[in-house]
Design a protein around this ligand. Structure first.
Ligand code: SF4
Length: 308
């Protein structure tokens, strides 16, 4: 399932392994395989939400950390990324009215986009696969925090290949184009409707109106640490009479904020925390863009995107 890059472990004696929750069940086999080659192994029990989430504590104990299932978005010394690609049939069964489409996908499915494009071209579609910037390794790849592959798109619609709707919703809000989500495992497709998502976000922002004790959250995870942005937001808020403090923590979870007394929070860490986990928090947790909208610095709530 995973090709462990032993050639990159040449100078290592102790090896750490870090897996996302959905793949942690394979830690036992992976650790055995590495131990058999004579290495000492430590398994990270911490979160691994994305390539941004490197376990820097285990890194102090090992010579090399194998970070599984994400593509590199930042370079951290002694961290080796091990990709995880899920194979699927690229002959996707779609029938959409737009003839010019942009293809996007996530790290697990992006390796077959070229084959998907070839198949669709054979069916009369004009297909583009954009190149991203900053954090993006593969053409057509999107992250929940980066849609730069669609920045210069001339397509009339976007087809997302992957599971779940989060990335497809992000693409629809970013491009304002029609987006179709095709799941390559269930072989089903649906058109993405962002109306409810946007309505819910405005509702959450409306709960912050008139409140002026704000916690601005910064995560210490290497690829999520947006301290400069937090400082700018604090300053902008205070210019408009809002008292803001920066709260620094690793995992942004409801229990970590529970004993604090802020009226609402602005999350500068992973955008999924604001979008996907909003119901878990006792107080509203809004994005930097939503905060700027709240204090009158922009006209809409936008979509949170980390460019670097
Ligand atoms: S910040 Fe969030 S969306 Fe971006 S790479 Fe990390 S986990 Fe993924």
């Amino acid at each position: 399932m995973f090709q462990i890059p032993f050639e990159k472990l040449k100078n290592a004696r102790r090896v750490g392994i870090q897996l996302p929750d959905g793949l942690k069940r394979y830690a036992f086999e992976i650790a055995n395989e590495i131990e058999r080659r004579g290495f000492e192994v430590l398994i990270s029990g911490e979160t691994s939400y994305g390539a941004c989430d490197i376990d820097t504590t285990i890194l102090e104990e090992v010579d090399c950390l194998l970070h599984f299932a994400h593509t590199p978005i930042l370079s951290v010394e002694r961290v080796v990324y091990v990709p995880y690609f899920i194979d699927y049939n690229p002959r996707i069964e779609i029938d959409v009215p737009e003839r010019k489409i942009a293809l996007i996908s996530t790290a697990q499915y992006v390796h077959r986009l070229k084959d998907v494009a070839e198949w669709l071209r054979g069916r009369g579609y004009e297909v583009e696969i954009g190149r991203g910037s900053g954090r993006i390794q593969y053409p057509g790849q999107v992250l929940g925090c980066n849609y730069s592959v669609l920045r210069d798109s001339k397509a009339d619609a976007v087809v997302f290949i992957g599971d779940g709707l989060f990335h497809a919703i992000g693409a629809a809000i970013r491009t304002k184009k029609r987006v179709y989500a095709f799941n390559p495992l269930s072989r089903t497709m649906q058109e993405v409707d962002v109306k409810n998502f946007v309505k819910k976000r405005y509702f959450i922002v409306s709960k912050c109106v008139g409140k002026n004790k704000v916690g601005i959250i910064v995560s210490s995870k290497p690829g999520q640490r947006r301290m400069e942005l937090a400082r700018r937001l604090k300053e902008a808020g205070e210019e408009r009479g809002v008292k803001a403090h920066i709260i620094y923590l690793n995992n942004v979870r409801a229990e970590e904020l529970f004993n604090l007394s802020y009226d609402f929070y602005v999350n500068t860490a992973c955008p999924r925390i604001s979008y996907d986990d909003s119901e878990r928090f006792e107080k509203p947790v809004i994005t930097p863009q939503e905060f700027e909208f709240l204090i009158g610095k922009r006209d809409d709530i936008g979509f949170d995107e980390m460019s670097e």
